[in-house]
Design a protein around this ligand. Structure first.
Ligand SMILES: [Zn+2]
Length: 353
């Protein structure tokens, strides 16, 4: 019998999923910003493997294969369509390897295959929709062959595209997570409301529905409250760690925080000059704690995530993870610590430092 491992785990407590590989791999120097193609699984597999391990160390229960944007259309854009299947298989194999290699005494992680927004889906255009469906199908096929334990469809801003993704995912019989990402209009691009889209995803059989990416805690939380009330299934919450606001609900149009003359060559801070908007770890911890208290058990962070923030999510809901060994310890700080070995002339100097 096909037991739903993901649902079982969610029924008994929180499940953490680190996302945001795109931004983090770019930040580490292994991906071109803007273009955003995950060639890293072929060019530097050791870098991708290590990032998965760092997220696992920080508490991620799911190892999501980094195939975001690794679809046929994107590979056509960069003229490397022949690398599509090798790229996907390599990313999936790396994820599977890490998922099976958990610290001694702990159960294996779940390896997740991944499909996402195609960016060619067009409302009421059967032709583009057919192409997208075949892109989804081939990627899901490879994910199943490489041993995915579950499937994640994410970052959809068209409701119908999310439904199509779910339909393709459901055919495999694997557990499914479907998270959507409304743009600044605060509704799906094909007009459906965010809550209605989640309700319909539940009716169509998704195990987890919710939101990921584009929105920081401030502009994601209000929707999450409504979604939690509207559906019975598990809900997912994976914000970006940036300070979005009512005026700028997503990170796409965030102006620089201080209205400074700082260089920002694209006329916007997205995607390479968002740094001044970064949420600190306590804000992300608070978001995770509040969401968990609402009854949201599937938690994570999307673009902008790093292992430190994933540990914060885990610890804020009472979990102890391998990286907890190195959680902050201000006690021994050379100036602000309370350790009695810290000389008085240093602790007294703290507010002048
Ligand atoms: Zn993201």
């Amino acid at each position: 019998m096909n037991t739903n491992k993901l649902k079982k785990k969610l029924d008994s407590g929180p499940v953490i999923c680190a996302e945001g590989f795109l931004f983090e791999i770019e930040r580490r120097g292994y991906m071109a910003s803007g273009e955003f193609v995950p060639m890293v699984s072929l060019d530097h597999p050791e870098v991708l493997e290590n990032l998965h391990r760092e997220f696992q160390h920080a508490g991620s229960d799911i190892v999501e294969a980094f195939t975001y944007n690794g679809h046929r259309e994107k590979m056509r854009v960069i003229g490397k369509e022949e690398l599509l299947e090798p790229l996907n298989r390599s990313a999936l194999k790396i994820a599977k390897k890490v998922a099976l290699d958990t610290p001694k005494g702990s159960k294996p992680n779940l390896m997740a295959g991944n499909i996402s927004n195609s960016n060619i889906w067009k409302h009421n255009d059967k032709e583009s929709q057919k192409v997208v469906e075949s892109m989804f199908s081939e990627m899901i096929g490879w994910a199943v062959e490489e041993g995915a334990d579950m499937l994640i469809g994410e970052t959809f801003y068209y409701a119908e595209e999310a439904f199509k993704a779910l339909e393709v995912m459901k055919k495999t019989g694997l557990p499914t997570v479907l998270t959507i990402s409304p743009m600044g209009e605060n509704k799906m691009r094909d007009g459906k409301s965010v809550v209605d889209t989640c309700k319909e995803l539940e009716q169509r059989g998704a195990d987890v529905v919710g939101l990921n990416c584009f929105r920081g805690p401030a502009t994601m939380s209000p929707f999450l409250k409504e979604i939690r009330k509207a559906v019975k299934c598990h809900v997912g919450a994976l914000p970006i760690p940036y300070r979005t606001s009512e005026d700028y609900p997503t990170f796409f149009n965030l102006p620089d925080r201080s209205n400074c003359e700082c260089p920002s060559p694209h006329g916007r801070t997205f995607p390479t000059a968002l740094d001044p908007h970064f949420c600190n770890r306590y804000e992300i911890g608070q978001f995770a704690k509040d969401s968990y208290e609402l009854g949201i058990n599937y938690l994570g962070v999307c673009c902008g995530a790093n292992p430190m923030l994933i540990r914060e999510v885990a610890e804020s809901i009472g979990l102890k993870v391998p990286a907890s060994k190195y959680r902050e310890n201000m006690e021994n700080h050379f100036m602000y610590g309370k350790n009695k070995r810290i000389p008085k002339h240093m602790t007294e100097y703290g507010d002048k430092a």
